[in-house]
Design a protein around this ligand. Sequence first.
Ligand code: GCU
Length: 617
Amino acid sequence: MIKTENKTIMHKIKYLLFICLLSVCYTNGVFAQGTEHISILNAYNRASVSLDGQWQTIIDPQEQGYYDYRYLPKNNGFFQNRKARNKTDLVEYNFDTGLPLHVPGDWNSQQPELLWYEGTIWYEKSFSYMRKDGQRTFLHFGAVNYEAKVYLNGKKLGEHIGGFTPFSFEVTDDLKDGDNFIVVKVDNKRRIDGIPTIISDWWNYGGITRPVKLVEVPQTFIQDYLIQLKKGENNRIDGYVKVAGSNASQEVRISIPELKLTKSFKTDIDGYAKIEFSQKVDAWSPENPQLYDVQISMGEDSISDRIGFRTIETKGQDILLNGKPVFLRGICIHEEAAYRGGRAHSPEDARVLLTWAKEMGCNFVRLTHYPHNEHMIREAEKMGLLIWSEIPLYWTIQWENPEVLANAKNQFTEIYQRDKNRAAVILWSLANETPLGDSRLKFLSGLAEYVRSMDDTRLLTAAMEMHEKEDDPGTIIINDPLGEYLDVLGCNEYYGWYGTLPDKCRNLTWTMEYDKPLIMSEFGAGAVYGMHGEKPDRWTEEYQEYFYEENLDMLRKIPFLRGTAPWVLMDFRSPRRPLGGVQDYYNRKGVISDQGNKKKTFYTLKNYYQEVKNTFK
Ligand code: GCU
């Protein structure tokens, strides 16, 4: 019982930690003035009014819709959505005659003149609404890249920083019956104190890139819940339900019809109900992606979710899924839509990318280098793909800036809040290719501690770099001190592409200073689909195939290797790849072209994964 008490206390501490973090962020300007930022769990399944579709926009590179000519914030900015009252009135903007853009969607791929645009674009949406008695309404954004200032009927609701995580504002008392309008100032300028920071090998797609909806809930509603297997136990369900809007004890019911199960629990004065009960379940796995319909009800509110149950842990150099060693047959994926380009955002976009991964024989995807949209997570879970999820702590971050650490914690918190009930997510990655240093280690070890305090059930990892031993070239050592804080080590290597040729792989031996599993979290070479030649001819499909043949031979010899995530599923846009006639501002390391053409390497990997599937025990 004591244990149970501890767990209840732990969940309360986590929630209070979350609230404290929000207030820290709030005071640090991460959320500026405005309505408190409340996370609405499972907006995905909530009754809602969609605000997707055409929004009116104004391109504003000098942010004159927000600052006056002395660069001071205006009180009559574009957020007022003013109209000229008569022929004499001077109003120098009008959303009605602005540029129509589709939401969800980045602006870069919607208008040729916006392909390279980095700056502010104002979005406006007018809509009519009828409030209902006893109902609370939240304005929910799937994501806005990178900084959003949100206004409803001219009143500022708040701000959000971070381009890939959901956020919401309560608007119950700000909505009017009849006509309303939302204005969002979206700014995707790169910033040295940002996450990601000022350089990244992907396109800086700006905009309201994921769905926007008005989520409607009763006065007292189910705000949050965690329903997963208890850490290390196969048949014990653990978690909590959090009720908002009442300080009286409420009865909460959990039912799982396929298991003929209904359990009731009581919330405490904080609205918390500890959930814990024994129940034999059919474990979720890539081979058996079993999802249960879980219904949670309380008073007049109810919500359903599709939840899988599994355990994930490590034992020495093994990763154990449901207690059995697993080899992660993966691929790295950027959130870029096949064929049309731009940010992927729909279930169809997700299914195209993930179906290719399944065709290759994957049981695992590394969703790089930022949290992907919720359809990617839920479709991967349905298809039986394990997930590596990461926030964009990429390359050179301002490790000594406390606001950057607060931003990192907030981005992780928001993606944890969204995906904590997703069985497919097994790895939280802290960083990608970050340079060794004391301040970086202090930052990331502190972040690791924070992540574990919120989620001690999933595995921590990071994509790190390695180097050859000075006194023994040819022997690679993985000894990044960050490894001490991780459960699984990720390593990016490009032997055969950057600075070396593929035959270099033949003389390399790998060693590691940790008795932990290793995932080769990136390795890849560029090729233009349809460009052919001899093996040594750079940019041909033959060179890319040669790269993989040599690298896979090398990887087969690493005894502590427990996963591979080749770089990358599909060619993707990058401002760092200008080579005309070859890259044309695309990173060409995809095994599939951006138009869905499979290169020879796709089949090389497919054969390798069939081999691994047959031999790994
Ligand atoms: C790095 C980085 C990727 C990048 C890749 C490349 O490992 O993590 O984001 O695209 O190398 O050079 O293609």
